[in-house]
Design a protein around this ligand. Structure first.
Ligand code: ADP
Length: 397
């Protein structure tokens, strides 16, 4: 069974065609600058180099058409025709309280996703454009919606409520939702499998550290808390997002800089995080590491502040679960950044664990990095959101 996994952003579309029986990625690619001049489609069939072609894509339907043409191309394609696509899995950012698991898409589901648009105005409408474009071009192929928020729906009230008037939850559903759920779920399950343990008996803290970053507390296989909130702005310091701040900063900065609240929000989303903290060096941790190594003090401070925040969340979630068995690092920084993992690890000795420098000298592979005899196991587990979406799609088709 072949599953096409689609992750549709406002001007981009990422995809993978996966043979779900063998879990082989047959092809993957990215359409960029959809609806903007200078469109580009990058396509990579299994075992071959990436090919990039410049081509304007006025809308997402055109982009999906290009993707399907590339997959069926007689020379570089990987399938004969569209009949070899058995299902499509769509990443949908916000499922609100309506969706606590993946669902087969029909008109009612689309209407229910639209009702969550208010909660993710930048993401959900464009995710739905991807769904509609695929439905237009493949009307008979079953499609599944996999939500970033779904895994976190098991959080108890005490974890998802904010300390604000309860009526805002009742009237507007203002609460913690959490994101990166597909990754947290996949990585928590892999952690248990890798350690040969039953996830039902485990307390796991997953640190998803990418451009966006979040931590989750997973007890008995269920999410009990996570660091992102109503939106992905809360929690850790990220590439360009501030994470937790005193909300009064908004009005204070707005007054001092003569900005509107939405302009301040834009600063918090796009110009803050390690990019802002480093004085504009970069949001990319490789650049920050190089700058810090060559003596840039602000880059060094940004890295230290980042690691300190992650360590504080780990402490909070160890407390929330009254213990922890495993702490797992994943996503770009978590899988690859040896120095940042070591910095975070330096705060964890009170848990009876330590990052072992030799074991930590690893990138992008499943591995235990804590020292022999540690009470809490620290691991690296590469995330695979696309594979997880493909598996969930197969389960419903
Ligand atoms: P997202 O999917 O949220 O865009 P990623 O999970 O790809 O982000 O993470 C991007 C981050 O991972 C960047 O800051 C990048 O510097 C970091 N990263 C990726 N590869 C490496 C590496 N080999 N060494 C250090 N950092 C890396």
């Amino acid at each position: 069974m072949n599953v096409l996994v689609i992750n549709c952003g406002s001007s981009s579309l990422k995809y993978q065609l996966i043979n779900a029986d063998t879990e082989e990625v047959l092809a993957k690619g990215l359409c960029e600058r959809i609806g903007i001049d200078g469109g580009m489609h990058t396509y990579q069939p299994k075992g071959s180099d990436k090919v990039a072609s410049m081509i304007d894509m006025p809308d997402h339907t055109k982009a999906v058409g290009l993707v399907l043409d590339a997959l069926c191309d007689p020379v570089s394609g990987v399938i004969k025709d569209l009949s070899e696509i058995d299902a499509v899995g769509h990443r949908i950012v916000h499922g609100g309280e309506k969706f606590s698991q993946s669902v087969l898409i029909d008109d009612d589901v689309i209407a229910a996703i639209k009702e969550c648009n208010d909660l993710a105005p930048l993401h959900n409408p464009t995710n739905l454009i991807g769904v509609n474009s695929c439905r237009k071009l493949m009307p008979d192929v079953p499609m599944v919606a996999v939500f970033d928020t779904a895994f976190h729906q098991t959080m108890p009230e005490k974890a998802y409520l904010y300390g604000i008037p309860y009526e805002y939850y009742g009237k507007y559903k203002v609460r913690r939702y959490g994101f990166h759920g597909t990754s947290h779920e996949y990585v928590a399950n892999r952690t248990a499998e890798f350690l040969n343990r039953d996830i039902k008996d485990m307390k796991i803290i997953v640190c998803h550290l990418g451009n966006g970053a979040s931590v989750s507390a997973v007890s008995g296989g269920k999410c009990v808390d996570t660091s992102m909130g109503l939106t992905p702005l809360e929690g850790l310091i990220m590439g360009t997002r501030s994470g937790d701040i005193d909300p009064a900063i908004m009005e204070y900065i707005a007054g001092k800089e003569n900005l509107s609240i939405s302009e301040v929000l834009n600063v918090l989303n796009k110009k803050s995080g390690v990019l802002g903290l480093s004085g504009g060096v970069s949001s990319d941790f490789r650049d920050l590491g190089e700058a810090a190594a060559s003596g840039n003090e602000r880059a060094q401070t940004a890295l230290e502040t980042y690691a300190y925040r992650v360590a504080k969340y780990i402490g909070a979630y160890a407390a929330a679960m009254n213990g922890v068995d495993a702490i797992t690092f994943t996503a770009g920084v978590g899988e690859n950044n040896i120095a940042v993992r070591a910095m975070i690890g330096s705060y964890l000795n009170y848990l009876g664990t330590a990052v072992d420098p030799d074991r930590n000298n690893t990138r992008g592979e499943e591995k235990i990095i804590s020292a022999e005899g540690s009470k809490v196991t620290i691991l690296v587990i590469p995330t695979d959101e696309e594979m997880s979406i493909a598996r969930q799609t197969v389960a419903l088709c």
